[in-house]
Write a protein that binds this ligand. Structure first.
Ligand code: SF4
Length: 448
């Protein structure tokens, strides 16, 4: 269990210097106990106190870093049961299975297909992170060769799945530089796998047949000094798996059970006969509370909805999604192309930019920072006023890119046109349509 605010306070310097951002050490201690402050914010904590306080300030579910390169990710680190309480931080890692007896050419083809499954949404690149390489025949050389190929020739990170210690050692030698997850320590090999993970400094998954057994194994491994663990409760039946996921999360967050304070790994690929059903199970696990989900394959029709679901579940519900303020080119606009302006609420941006693209009229789209509010809300909140938009247009640099002085504003913000004219002397303020779906017609009718 973490320390209380008073216990933490006793370990602080008690000078009330305020450098941590709050006026007193007591206030800082209370924030630390509530998980609202970082220990590093106080520069005066002694090393001895730091060691004791690290426990108190550590998140109840340890964040575990897996992989290297562009698809490296963290799993765990969550602090709430429900997303609306605060936010979920580290998106579920998505993996697909490769058997170790797949030949080199087939593996190349698979990796190429999977690598192409990348999608741009709200300025983010959505893609899966992992390949789970499963030892299917005890062939150490084949396992190591596949691990090497995946690690060295693809962006994907790895889960090395074998109970064979020699195969695991060879896999680590071949792909250790990519920080793979080792799967798994069980009651039969816990010491050997624990030592291997410790020597290599790699994260280790723990597989048990029940949560009680999981606690015992976790106790043993943490006692050996291992910190980066990932839990598999062994359930391969949907209802029990869901109950286990909830029980593990609840035990870590509500009861402070440190032995269960780790992310989980789950295997829809071992629970269904079709990718469709696996995808449905994976969707459940993204919501509750799979740290890593392993599928039998990545196909566009399966992975795309899962990536979108993941994006939605793991965004902060208190902060609207935004795009960066600036000038966006749609098509290949030139000095005669129309200029439109709207807000930086990501949904607004994607709808408006999509409609402009569909119109096939190359255009300049000015995106103004309204803290993620849509046009109507930003206007009502005074963040999309004529003054503000006019000032933004002046500073944006768009006047250097076009030789006309016309700007199209959203129909819902028609009332700001007067103020904009005052702020932008010589500019013609054109009122665009209220509904974005009418933008193509509007551009064709009004922009010759
Ligand atoms: Fe106390 Fe440290 Fe904060 Fe200063 S910076 S008030 S010493 S907790």
């Amino acid at each position: 269990m973490g320390l209380t605010g008073i216990q933490i306070f006793k370990l602080l310097p008690k000078t009330n210097c305020g450098e941590c951002g709050v006026p007193t050490c007591l206030a800082f201690a209370m924030n630390l106990a509530a998980g609202k402050a970082e220990l590093d914010s106080c520069p005066y904590v002694s090393d001895e106190a730091k060691e004791q306080l690290a426990e108190a300030s550590a998140p109840p579910i340890r964040p575990v870093a897996i992989g290297a390169g562009v698809r490296a990710f963290k799993t765990g680190g969550e602090t709430v049961m429900f997303r609306h309480e605060k936010t979920f931080y580290n998106p579920t890692g998505l993996a697909a299975l490769i058997p170790s007896d797949m030949d080199g050419k087939a593996l190349d083809k698979k990796l190429k297909e999977w690598n192409a499954l990348q999608y741009e949404r709200v300025g983010l690149n959505l893609r899966p992170e992992l390949v789970a390489l499963k030892d299917v025949n005890g062939d150490v050389t084949a396992f190591a060769a596949a691990a090497k190929k995946i690690a060295a020739e693809s962006e994907f990170n790895l889960v090395l799945m074998t109970d064979n210690l020699d195969a695991m050692k060879a896999g680590i030698e071949a792909s250790g530089f990519k920080r793979p997850l080792l799967y798994a320590a069980t009651k039969d090999n816990v010491e050997d796998m624990g030592n291997l993970a410790k020597e290599s400094g790699l994260p280790l998954a723990v597989r048990a047949d029940s949560i009680d057994e999981l606690i015992g194994l976790s106790d043993k491994l943490t006692g050996m000094g291992l910190k980066d663990l990932v839990m598999d409760s062994g359930s391969r039946e949907i209802k029990r798996l869901l109950e286990d996921q909830v029980a593990i999360r609840r035990a870590a967050l509500k009861a402070g059970n440190r032995f269960l304070g780790f992310p989980t790994i789950t295997f829809p690929c071992e629970m269904a006969d079709s990718l469709d059903i696996e995808t449905v199970i994976a969707a459940m696990l993204i919501a509750k509370y799979g740290g890593i989900v392993v599928l039998s394959d990545f196909k566009g029709e399966s992975i795309f909805p899962l990536l979108l679901e993941r994006l939605n579940i793991f965004t902060d519900p208190q902060r609207p999604m935004t795009v960066t303020q600036g000038i966006y080119e749609i098509g290949s606009p030139d000095e005669n192309s129309p200029v439109l302006v709207t807000t930086n609420f990501s949904l607004t941006y994607f709808i408006v930019s999509g409609e402009i693209e569909g119109s096939r009229v190359p255009s300049w789209l000015l995106i103004m920072d309204t803290e993620g509010l849509s046009v109507m809300t930003a206007w009502a909140a005074g963040k999309f006023s004529g003054d503000a938009v006019g000032t933004f247009v002046k500073k944006s640099g768009i006047a250097d890119k076009v030789k006309h002085k016309k700007i199209i504003i959203p129909g819902y913000a028609a009332s700001i046109s007067g103020e904009m004219e005052e702020e932008l002397p010589g500019w013609e303020i054109m009122i665009g349509p209220r509904d974005a779906s009418l933008i193509p017609k509007y551009l064709k009718d009004n922009w010759k």
